[in-house]
Design a protein around this ligand. Structure first.
Ligand code: PLP
Length: 409
């Protein structure tokens, strides 16, 4: 039977095949990840957790869960293998945002203070935006980046003392440099000791890491790991991890019960077992040497493309990248161009990326003065350093042509 839906799926398939995909949070999943997502597992209700998983949990609320019990256990085991960790893992969050909501609700009360990265400097909406649950439920305070665009660890140390947060969050959506998790931990412990010495022995702030963007790099060992430093770690599964859309929460074993109950029954209902199956496939893939090689290549590609933009006269926040993305700051070099305009201009040339705020942003987030560029998706398609250099040149030519046309017009 002809269906409008399948016509539209074909249309989107064609769009994806035609365009160059530079959105830093996107990727192309394998056939097996697709197959698992489209499987009969979508038919199964399985509220709860496999019975023996967390001491004290009550198992599932429905019958017929013995197969999905095995599947969910396997998925958890595989992800622990990916990150070489004995942390507890919950694979049920429907998205990165749900994972962050569950993580906050597991250890905080509404009104508690969270110290997170300033959203203009690369933090995510769920890290305290006033239009998001995080900004509505919690008292959000922010640390900044320094004049060079790097995380300002001195600012974190000062804000820890000023605000005495219940939780400190590291992680971002648009930050191109290494995040020093060991340094965060040391700063948190140091501030806590000072409060203990000053007569508050019960002050124990949590350290949470949202590794959504860089999880694949951590899995492949090309970015320092937060395991061993953070109390709670959240991630999406669809960015550099190249799995289905979804989220996960890792935590120290002593927080397992709190995290599990914050997800179900705290903030979600029935888990998506077809997505959990696809997460397990992605975990199997992330354990392979081919995946580790892919991650190494995508970082090399990112550096090569970023260097080419700099060579062409563009300003890049921090002057480079250590990961899968970088931010082009147009405010000094192209003051008449907004990020929104460049995004739309490139869309018309089948190059897809997104506008992004830059440190010290003067425009609204809907206009923005920068664009974010990532190499995860096109590296999956096999593109090389030379290809990315060529794409940078193409983008530059399109921008030049546009500027020339508007000067004439
Ligand atoms: C750092 C970070 N955390 C969380 C999320 C939210 O993920 P989702 O879109 O799956 O809710 C994102 C999404 O881009 C992100 O960049």
């Amino acid at each position: 039977m002809a269906s409008r839906v399948f016509e539209l799926i074909e249309k989107e398939k064609e769009r994806q095949a035609r365009t160059i995909e530079l959105i830093a949070s996107e990727n192309f999943v394998s056939e097996n990840v697709m197959k698992a997502m489209g499987s009969c597992l979508t038919n199964k209700y399985s509220e709860g957790y496999p019975a023996h998983r967390t001491s004290g949990n009550k198992g599932r609320y429905y019958g017929g869960c013995y197969v999905v019990d095995e599947l969910e256990e396997y998925c958890c085991d595989k992800w622990r293998e990916v990150f070489h960790t004995d942390y507890h893992v919950n694979v049920q969050p429907h998205s990165g945002s749900s994972a962050n909501l569950g993580a906050y609700m597991s250890v905080l009360q509404p009104g508690d203070t969270i110290l997170a990265m300033n959203l203009n400097n690369g933090g995510h909406l769920t890290h305290g935006s006033s239009v998001n649950f995080s900004g509505k439920l919690f008292n959000m305070v922010f640390y900044d980046v320094n004049a060079q665009g790097y995380i300002d660890y001195d600012d974190i140390a000062a804000k820890l003392r000023e605000f005495k947060p219940a939780l400190v969050l590291a992680g971002a959506s648009a930050y191109s440099r290494i995040i020093e998790f060991d340094r965060f931990r040391a700063l948190i412990d140091e501030a806590a000791e000072e409060f203990h010495a000053a007569g508050d022995p019960d002050y124990h702030p949590y350290f949470m890491v949202d590794m959504a963007h860089i999880a694949g790099l951590i899995a492949a060992g090309v970015h320092p790991t937060p395991f061993g430093y953070a109390d709670i770690i959240t991630t999406t599964t669809h960015k550099t991890l190249r799995g289905p859309r979804g989220g996960m929460i890792f935590c120290r074993p002593e927080l397992a019960k709190k995290v599990d109950s914050a997800i179900f029954p705290g903030t979600q209902g029935g888990p998506l077992q077809h997505i959990i199956a696809a997460k397990a496939v992605a975990a199997e893939e992330a354990c392979t040497p081919e995946y580790h090689d892919y991650i190494r290549r995508l970082v090399e590609n990112c550096k090569a493309m970023c260097d080419e933009f700099i060579r062409l006269g563009y300003e890049v926040v921090t002057g480079g990248t250590d990961n899968h993305l970088f931010l082009v700051d147009l405010s000094n070099t192209h003051p008449t161009l907004t990020g929104k305009h460049v995004q739309e201009l490139l869309d018309a040339h089948d190059i897809t990326l997104n506008k992004n705020c830059v440190p010290g942003e003067k425009r609204s987030p809907m206009q923005a003065s920068g664009v974010r560029i990532g190499t995860a998706a096109e590296t999956t398609r096999g593109r090389t350093k030379e290809d990315f250099i060529e794409i940078a040149r193409r983008i530059d030519a399109i921008i030049r042509e546009d500027l020339a046309a508007s000067a004439e017009g």
